[in-house]
Design a protein around this ligand. Structure first.
Ligand code: SAH
Ligand code: SF4
Length: 330
């Protein structure tokens, strides 16, 4: 449905009545995408990044970050195990690491597709021909947050990057027939409620198939170490409004929400979300891929996370999706 920008801003600000907003989003979720929660297995396959986003622990300028790159075999094996745990979507995420060029990525995508899974890529900005090659190799979806639609804020936070280029990448991704995922961070320094309302209207206008909304969490090893960061409540209100604006899309209960609150993802599932992306990366890599501090489940195994999240989803009266869980337009 459509809501005026001024009304969105009012609802974003209305902490007192947020439970009503969450209940509204929850009923829209139930009516449009049902009670199934779609699980995605997240592989964080390289912590190397050429960019310098001020908020992110993987930024090139962070000399304290521990860098790793999984081998092709490790990535494929991790995906195979995730498929055996029942995941029907694999999300491959990394910093912008040029080592994983089109040839390497396409080889990996082709191998992982043999496990009967949908593949989501979340590897940042690439050339049109690369996006095309990944798609032809079998990638189904692409996830790249616009982060904010405030161009000035974006250019302050992402030195050397261009908002227009990121936007053009999203358009290319859509043109190539991927399911398009995007989203924003909530609580960026200098971000206003008006700006968040613009973000929501932007995501509606470009017609995303998936929207990931999470709080910004200051990382002590970045230039934004002393910033305040986003709150769980405002992130949940933003997410709930996304559900109301785009009733049938996929909306994850983000990991960053659970970092701020031990039950953050379940609260999100009760306020409009219908997707959870448990980490299926193994061993040390889980800890070393550190976008922000306090990352959850760093010492757990993929099998543990899978059963833990499964139980918690059942405890709130929901079921686990058994299909690929793509965007079903209503
Ligand atoms: N390099 C790719 C994917 C990895 S980053 C890309 O940038 O698209 C994935 C997401 O992590 C980013 O889009 C950003 O929204 C989020 N992120 C980065 N640093 C964060 C922080 N400090 N707090 C919360 N989320 C953060
Ligand atoms: Fe790199 Fe993505 Fe982090 Fe930016 S947000 S520094 S592109 S990993």
């Amino acid at each position: 449905m459509s809501i005026e920008k001024s009304e969105i801003v009012r609802l974003l600000a209305d902490e007192e009545n947020q439970q009503k907003l969450f209940a509204w989003a929850d009923s829209v979720r139930k009516e449009n995408v049902g009670d199934e929660v779609q699980l995605r297995g997240l592989i964080e396959f390289s912590s190397i990044c050429r960019n310098n986003c001020l908020y992110c622990g993987l930024r090139a300028g962070n000399t304290k970050a521990h860098r790793y790159r999984m081998s092709e075999e490790e990535i494929i094996e991790t995906a195979r195990r995730a498929s055996e745990l029942g995941f029907r979507t694999i999300v491959m995420q990394s910093g912008e690491d040029p080592y994983f060029n089109a040839g390497r990525m396409c080889r990996i995508i082709r191998e992982i597709k043999k496990f009967d899974v949908a593949i989501t890529l979340s590897i940042g900005e690439r050339a049109f021909d690369e996006y095309k090659a990944f798609r032809e190799a079998g990638a189904d979806r692409y996830l790249m947050r616009i982060e904010t639609t405030d161009r000035d804020l974006y250019h302050r936070l992402d030195p050397g990057m261009s908002w227009e280029n990121r936007y053009n990448c999203l358009m290319a991704i859509r043109e190539l027939g991927y399911e398009l995922g995007s989203g924003i961070m909530v609580g960026l320094p200098g971000q206003t409620l008006e700006s968040i309302a613009d973000d929501l209207l932007f995501l509606k206008e470009i017609g995303v198939d998936m929207a990931g909304i999470g709080p910004f969490i200051p990382n002590p090893d970045t230039p934004l170490a002393d910033e305040k960061g986003g709150s769980l409540d405002l992130s949940l209100r933003t997410m709930a409004l996304m559900r109301i604006l785009l009733p049938d899309i996929n909306i994850p209960a983000t990991t960053a929400m659970e970092t701020l609150h031990p039950d953050g993802r379940m609260l999100a599932l009760k306020a409009g979300a219908n997707v959870v992306m448990p980490n299926v990366t193994e061993g040390e890599y889980r800890r070393l891929y550190e976008l922000y501090p306090g990352k959850i489940c760093v010492n757990d195994s993929p099998a543990h996370c899978r059963s833990c999240i499964g139980l918690r989803i059942k405890m709130i009266g929901r079921s686990i999706g058994t299909g690929y869980g793509g965007h079903k337009k209503s």
